[in-house]
Design a protein around this ligand. Sequence first.
Ligand SMILES: *Cc1c(COP(=O)(O)O)cnc(C)c1O
Length: 292
Amino acid sequence: MFQALLDPGDEVIIPAPYWVSFPEQVKLCDAVPVFAATAERDGFRLHRGSVESLVTPRTRILVLNSPSNPTGAALTRKELEGLAALAVERDFLILADETYESLVYDGYQHVSIATLSDAMYARTILVNSLSKAYAMTGWRVGYTAGPKELITAMDGLQSQMTSNPTSIAQRAAVVALTGPQEPTHRMREEFARRRRYIVDRLNAMPGVTCLSPEGAFYVFPNVSGLYGKRSQGKGIGNSTEFSAYLLDAARIAVVPGVEFGNDAHIRISYATSMANIEKGMDRMAEAVKILG
Ligand SMILES: *Cc1c(COP(=O)(O)O)cnc(C)c1O
């Protein structure tokens, strides 16, 4: 989508923390990622005002990834309405990455910004993936919907790059999308249970705080309370060093928040068994406890 649409120097507004691929994909087009900061103390809400102050005549797209990877934060209808009004007023497109739309908790209702009005329908490019909601990561199928001219341009580009996903994977995707959704609902219930558990365990660790996000299957705990501590003479001063420490001392793999644009945090996925999560949290708690 970026390659079909962006000219060198065009600007794309990306809320931070962001999924790692968004800025890199923009840079591949010699376009410019512009980051709209969101804050932990505020549940990583994206405010219209912070986007508005970044809009210039070169702004082409605002990326909305709700629920978000890595924070799990999801936008409310009211917040979407504010951003939609701004998109119309200042004439930019919305890229809505709704990969986690069905993995939401505590009664949160996902709303697609494309459904808010005819004007938004005309300026939203929706992207989605079978990878998460249907546990089909290895099948490599996703889909997009948007204004016809743009989809045609994307098709022209993409058909010279990958030809197509295999017909087998396409058939499986049709079954996933049109068949009973009960398996996804069961997955969501299980994710909700793991989420409650992992958030409680993390908040019980001294120096660690963790929000309980609306969606996706990640937590994004703040571990900056541990920066400045030492392990075997080596200082831990940022998310990369803390993640390396967890790999060495606890043998658990997490992703440094700096890769998502926020060095105070790490990202942990709870898309693994409850037994693994319990073991991982036990090990992390021990590793945090022995830091000097
Ligand atoms: C996982 C993910 C995707 C989809 O990736 P696939 O290549 O379809 O597996 C898209 N956007 C976000 C934010 C993701 O986390």
